[in-house]
Design a protein around this ligand. Sequence first.
Ligand SMILES: [Zn+2]
Ligand SMILES: [Zn+2]
Length: 145
Amino acid sequence: MRISKDQARRRLRDCGLRVTAPRVTVLGILAEAEGPLSFSQVLERLGGAEWDQATIYRNLVKLREVGLAPVVSRVDGIDRYAFALDPDDGHRHPHFLCEDCGRVACLKEDLTAALSIDGPWAESVRGAMVQLRGHCPDCLAHPGV
Ligand SMILES: [Zn+2]
Ligand SMILES: [Zn+2]
């Protein structure tokens, strides 16, 4: 999903954050990514941007705090951040780690719907962190590349 700079600015304002260039950029990177990204993957995608790592990290934490960039995967002890459409978008689907190329992907199936949680807990669930592992479709299609 691509979001425009205007959309990113609006999301920041809606969540009560000051609009700054690093925040707009980091949000754009997360939104565009095909799956959750670790801090170092965000840095890689920044390319030639002039901000230092500490600035980016601080902003990532800020975005997480307001629910715009929840940590949706902690596989192998690495926090991976995803873009959330709204604070209720807790990526309630499984995430898939490819053991070949290392990518983490969002699968579409809503886990909490599949679990059909009833009773007082039904309204409580805001996120899910289920991690599946295996070989992603790309790696299956091109074994040994
Ligand atoms: Zn793969
Ligand atoms: Zn996801």
